[in-house]
Structures are given as C-alpha cells and as structure tokens.
Ligand binder design. Structure first.
Ligand code: ZN
Length: 241
C-alpha cells in the first residue's frame, strides 16, 4: 500500500500542476507493475480543449498506444493511479484494454464507473475475462481539496458568484468514504490488512491526515521534465526486456 501512496503522490502533483495551468485538477499516471516505473501520464483537458472526452485516462492510453502500438496486452502489466474515480466511459475503456488495476483518490459521485454509479470493474456482461481490481481512497482528501480549490477559484471568476457557500473554502469536513460501494470486506482486508479493518466499518480513510505540503506546493516545468525522463527510461527498459 505504501507503494500506492508513493505513486498517487505523483498523480496528485500532476493534478496540482494542471490546476496551476487553469485546468481541472484531475490527473493520472500509468505505472508498469514489474518495473514499478511510470509509463505514461494524463491530465484532464476539458477546459482548454473544450472537448468532453479529453479525460486524463484517455491521454495516457493514447501515449501508450502511440509508443507501444494498439495491441492491448501491455495493459495487463499496467496499474493506473488517478486522483478521481474514472467515469463510466473511461472505466469501460480500461476494462476493454484489460488494465491490471486501478487505484484512485476520491469517488466520482455523478459519473463514477468503479463503484459510485456502476461497478464496471466487476461487470461480467462484457469482456468477461477482463475484470480488474479497483482500490479507492488513496490520498482521497488531497484529491477532494484540489477540486475545492478549483471550484472556489472558478466561482470567484464568475461574473455573478453562484452561491456564498462556494466562495468559502472548506478545509475541515470531508464526506465519509463508503468503502463497501467500491470493495467487498474481503477485498478491503486483502488490500489494506486486518490492522485497518476499523476504517472499513467506520467509513474512514486509512490515512486520515492530509499532506497539505503536497497540494499547496507548486510544481513547475522541472517536475514535468523529470516525469518525462522517467517515462523515457521505462521505454528503454521495456525494449531491453
Ligand atoms: Zn472519464
């Protein structure tokens, strides 16, 4: 699990980078499980590109396909870390590609495809063999805070701020994490261990404290250069396997 947190930190940094560049703060990285290295990344591009489907996951999938071809077998080695639960469309695409595992931060209450609205990862009516593991709640509060930063800022920019409530940034209260929407009790124990069983029954985060430094820092071009370097090293390593 600590490895999941490490990778999710990178995704959260990317989401903050997106926020600082006037985008919605949703981002992801694709990690090659055996190499434990980033193979691709994605950010939401809906604001700038005005395209409803330029979700972060699609950007990463395209990077992988451009580099490694459209044979989806590589996805069986890949874990996706995304700050917000994939929407139904992205979850379906990931399932068809045969992704190994999806780890996400906060739920997507309106469009979520990994438990919030539909549970595409467990759906057996299509591509039966491609069920994948989906784990919620990793750096969940950080992911929620980035969305709140975004909504407060957008509301401030609107000619007529919609509600007073949206103007005030809430740093204290968070919705409960209803684990059983996303994981069975057994799956939870397998993922987090018996020592965290209380979190499951209390609908609480496994890591309760917030890494404020992570979301209040700014990540510049050097961060992106380092990420690109890691992706190139992964490519070299995969060519030599
Ligand atoms: Zn999506």
């Amino acid at each position: 699990m600590s490895q999941d947190v490490t990778h999710m930190r990178t995704a959260v940094k990317l989401a903050k980078y997106a926020l600082d560049h006037s985008e919605t703060p949703v981002a992801c990285i694709f990690v090659h499980a055996k190499l434990n290295k980033v193979i691709a990344y994605g950010m939401n591009g809906t604001n700038v590109s005005i395209s409803g489907i330029s979700h972060a996951e699609f950007m990463g999938v395209k990077q992988i396909q451009d580099k490694y071809g459209t044979d989806p077998s590589i996805f069986s080695e890949i874990v996706l870390y995304v700050t917000v639960e994939p929407c139904i469309m992205c979850a379906s695409a990931l399932k068809q590609l045969g992704i190994k595992k999806v780890v996400f931060g906060c739920g997507n209450e309106r469009f979520g495809g990994n438990g919030s609205i539909l549970s595409i990862q467990n759906d057996t009516s299509t591509v039966r063999s491609n069920k994948f593991v989906s784990v919620p709640g990793i750096l969940r509060k950080e992911a929620i805070m980035l969305l709140r930063y975004f909504y407060v800022r957008e509301n401030d920019r609107a000619p007529k701020p919609r509600t007073k409530k949206n103007r005030k940034l809430d740093r204290e209260t968070f919705p409960p994490l209803q684990w059983d929407k996303y994981l069975s009790h057994e799956e939870f124990l397998e993922e987090f261990g018996k020592e965290h069983e209380n979190s499951f029954s209390l609908n609480q985060d496994v890591y309760d404290s917030i890494e404020w430094d992570l979301i209040d820092s700014n990540y510049g071009d050097d961060f992106m250069v380092d990420l690109q370097k890691e992706i190139e090293l992964t490519e070299t390593a995969l060519k030599n396997i």
